[in-house]
Write a protein that binds this ligand. Structure first.
Ligand code: SF4
Ligand code: SF4
Length: 395
């Protein structure tokens, strides 16, 4: 197993993500037997980092993870959990929710704790004095119940820079969606550079883009096999990330034993990736993209009579075009109605200014439709709100 050094801790570079456990079709519950076997195999092969979150699997992930870990000494592994500020029904007793997570995880401290899913929308809740989240979480850290504090992030680079600047010295690591496709599609490169510049560790989620990079289209897969026939599609994505020195942990949400075995093989030993191989991966990524080639130069913004943040909207558009995404829905939810893509009056000013020749009004019209049809964050939130109310006996 490859390990990284984070503040003197030896962390397995492969982290076990606990958001995709398989369900037993007979009972509709998590297949605990399978989880136990996957954990046993992972631990035997050196994995020592396990990542869950309060809302994963309808609140059942924390307990399933704890059950699979209970036979191992508490100081032989690291647990990461997350505070669901993005899913709250309103201001709640944050400390009570934190303690509920501790109880479900059968522990009295978290090695790593994250503010879950910071975006341009949810940051307003996380920073709201009414919600009082950050002061309460810092109190938990002062009391020793959190050893290392970070946040998971789905917003744009500008917000990341601003947030880290506002909270310099508070957070120790940031978890971002990163893989060779999102390196440019979701600005993961810029985010990696910002986090590194602030001196924090980078944690990676979605290294395989929900499995899409583990099963590439035939032509792309063949071009990788031609480079090294011994490596799976998934292994290429992991090797790309392993070459980035500030990535401390790469989380993979594993739900089958063959995935665990394949992933662990990819982390068994160093395998340097050459610059030609990196170029091949980035070329494959370009072919997989379906949106517009916006470089965020902002030449178009000055002349927009509606003062729209065009590159921001186009980055949401590109993400929607690849795979309808909840985080893009949240990023659009963060905007005032007069800044949504539907506010575009189609004057075409931006397209004339655009060195990439992008038909911006057409993209914004399509984004308006995708936003209306796509995953609805507000609707999904209702379910989470009800779960939190029930868990905290708020009704
Ligand atoms: S077409 Fe839309 S986005 Fe472009 S300048 Fe006009 S109003 Fe702004
Ligand atoms: S001018 Fe074109 S490439 Fe530049 S930000 Fe605007 S849409 Fe993007």
């Amino acid at each position: 197993m490859l390990y990284s050094n984070f503040q003197g801790l030896k962390l397995s570079r492969l982290g076990f993500g606990c958001m995709r456990f398989a369900m037993d079709p007979a009972t509709g519950e998590i297949d605990q037997k399978l989880v136990n076997s996957m954990f046993d195999y992972a631990i035997e092969h050196g994995v020592n980092y396990f990542d869950t979150a309060y809302p994963y699997l309808g609140g059942k992930s924390e307990g399933a993870m704890a059950e699979a870990l209970k036979k191992y000494p508490r100081d032989s592994y690291y647990i990461a959990d997350k505070f669901p500020g993005h899913s709250l029904p309103g201001p709640i007793d944050n400390i009570a929710l934190f303690h509920l997570s501790l109880e479900r995880c059968n522990t009295d401290y978290f090695d790593f704790y994250l503010l879950h899913n910071i975006t341009e929308w949810s940051v307003k809740i996380y920073e709201s004095p009414d919600y009082h989240i950050i002061p309460d979480i810092l109190k938990m850290k002062e009391e020793g119940k959190i050893h290392h504090l970070g946040f998971s992030f789905h917003g744009g680079p500008q917000l990341l820079e601003e947030f880290l600047t506002r909270y310099e010295g508070v957070f120790e690591f940031v978890q971002i969606q990163c893989n060779y496709l999102d390196w440019t599609l979701q600005d993961a490169k810029k985010k990696y550079d910002i986090i590194t510049k602030h001196g924090l560790g980078v944690w990676v989620m979605e290294p395989l883009r929900g499995g899409k990079l583990a099963a590439l289209p035939e032509e792309e897969s063949a071009s990788l096999k031609a480079l090294d026939s011994s490596m799976s599609d998934a292994a290429w994505s992991f090797r790309f990330l392993q070459a980035l020195p500030n990535i401390k942990v790469i989380l993979s949400g594993m739900n089958a034993m063959d995935q665990v075995i394949d992933n662990i093989n990819s982390f068994a030993e160093e395998r340097q990736i050459s610059s030609a191989e990196t170029d091949t991966l980035l070329t494959i990524a370009e072919h997989m993209k379906k949106g517009v080639p916006c470089t965020a130069c902002r030449y178009c913004c000055e002349g927009c009579p509606m003062e729209l943040d065009i590159p921001y909207l186009l980055s949401c558009y590109n993400d929607y075009k690849y795979a309808s995404s909840m985080s893009s829905s949240m990023r659009l939810d963060a905007l005032d109605p007069e800044k949504l893509p539907s506010a575009c009056i189609g004057c075409g000013q931006c397209s004339h200014a655009c060195p990439q020749g992008i038909d911006v009004p057409a993209a914004l019209a399509e984004l308006t439709e995708l936003y209306a049809k796509g995953p609805n964050w507000a609707k999904q939130s209702q379910v989470r709100h009800e779960a939190i109310r029930k868990d905290l006996h708020m009704d």
